[in-house]
Design a protein around this ligand. Structure first.
Ligand code: DAH
Length: 369
């Protein structure tokens, strides 16, 4: 038997508050969206007709002596109901922000400053640009200085000085991007094949360079021997794009002119170059006899890496006619030259099988390299 002297009125009041509090916990725990939450909020904490408000009115029926205890009990119940409401609010709005209809309150309520931030996605150099940088680096260590030449060239540097005479098929306007120069566009002239308009003063035809060999001429014209340079850059040919052709691509040109330079030097430099580029697996270089107007003898260069032979480009000993064209004495100096495809090397390295993929600028593709 208890000896409690709690009045029946107070006991009833407390029991009804416990019930109300339990009902509120249940109701707020069950709401699944913002609309249901609002409905439950009005039901329990509404200022006019809410259940809490109604319970508060019951306070008046409690004996005067029990009022302090009843008031305390009411405040506890009110706090419990409000806590349940707040918990439901956080839960609902946390769900909401992962969907479309986040509200500011929801976003703030669910913001967690201790979560790690989203990492920045760093860009990187295009794979061809990376290959060019690597090539410059390797050839730099072999003592070759990188130089640049213009992409718009005249016929002297692109053909004439390279021992490619006017009748040579390589000069065919259909095989080169000749530019429509001012005179070529003059009234009465064709803008397809550049040349002086009738009666106009002859103007030097210009074209997008078809090979980086142009830079050999520019360097030798302005520098006495010895020279030891490379030049990397874009070249242009009107080829239809397919898996192995593109109207613009890159070449690395190399030129070494000095006393007593031989073909053995050429092969050693190319082997060291490829070996350094492709790393630890052994690389082999193979020469096949060929012809280029600016080298004699001329070779095609093949490289074997991981079991497969691949064509890299052309090379040879600088033709005496070229040395003479730039004012060098072929009795005094000899030289070797080579011109290799940059994309081929880059594609072989990464296992890329279609050159067009390099120039579609699809970041999903490019970000792999
Ligand atoms: N210029 C040549 C081409 O575009 C490649 C080449 C061959 C460059 C032999 C050279 C060379 O320097 O010696 O096909």
């Amino acid at each position: 038997m208890t000896t409690s002297n709690v009045s029946d009125g107070l006991r009833e009041f407390c029991a009804s508050l416990d019930e109300l509090s339990a009902a509120a916990q249940q109701a707020f725990a069950a709401v699944a969206d913002a609309a249901a939450l609002e409905e439950a909020r009005v039901d329990f904490t509404g200022a006019k007709a809410g259940k809490l408000k109604a319970a508060q009115q019951g306070l008046g029926k409690v004996d005067k002596a029990d009022k302090p205890a009843a008031g305390k009990k009411f405040n506890e119940a009110k706090a419990a109901v409000e806590a349940a409401l707040e918990a439901a609010r956080v839960r609902i709005h946390t769900v909401d922000i992962s969907g479309v209809s986040s509200t500011l309150t929801g976003a703030l309520a669910s913001f967690d400053p201790t979560q790690p931030g989203r990492p920045f996605r760093l860009g990187h150099l295009h794979p061809v640009t990376q290959t060019i940088a690597d090539m410059k680096d390797i050839m730099g260590r072999l003592g070759f200085t990188a130089v640049e030449g213009p992409e718009i060239e005249d016929e002297w540097h692109n053909f004439e000085a390279l021992n490619i005479p006017a009748i040579h098929p390589a000069r065919d306007p259909l095989d080169n991007f000749y530019l429509a120069t001012a005179t070529a566009l003059a009234p009465g002239s064709s803008n397809r094949v550049p040349g002086p308009a009738a009666g106009a003063a002859p103007e030097k035809p210009l074209l997008l360079r078809s090979q980086t060999s142009t830079v050999q001429i520019r360097v030798m014209e302005s520098t006495p021997p010895p020279v030891r340079i490379i030049s990397l850059g874009r070249v242009y040919r009107p080829d239809t794009a397919d898996a192995t052709h593109y109207p613009m691509f890159h070449q690395i040109e190399g030129l070494l002119v000095d006393r007593g330079v031989t073909m053995a030097d050429l092969k050693s430099v190319l082997r060291l170059f490829c070996q350094s580029y492709f790393g630890k697996d052994e690389v082999h270089i193979r020469f096949r006899p060929s012809f280029f107007p600016f080298t004699e003898p001329s070779v095609e260069v093949d490289m074997n890496w991981q079991g497969g032979w691949m064509e890299m480009g052309g090379a040879g000993m600088v033709d005496p006619n070229v040395l003479r064209a730039v004012g060098y004495d072929p009795e005094e100096v000899t030289g070797f030259a080579f011109g290799l495809g940059v994309e081929r090397v880059c594609m072989r390295q990464h296992g890329i099988t279609d050159i067009r993929a390099l120039y579609e600028n699809d970041v999903r593709f490019l970000s792999q390299f």
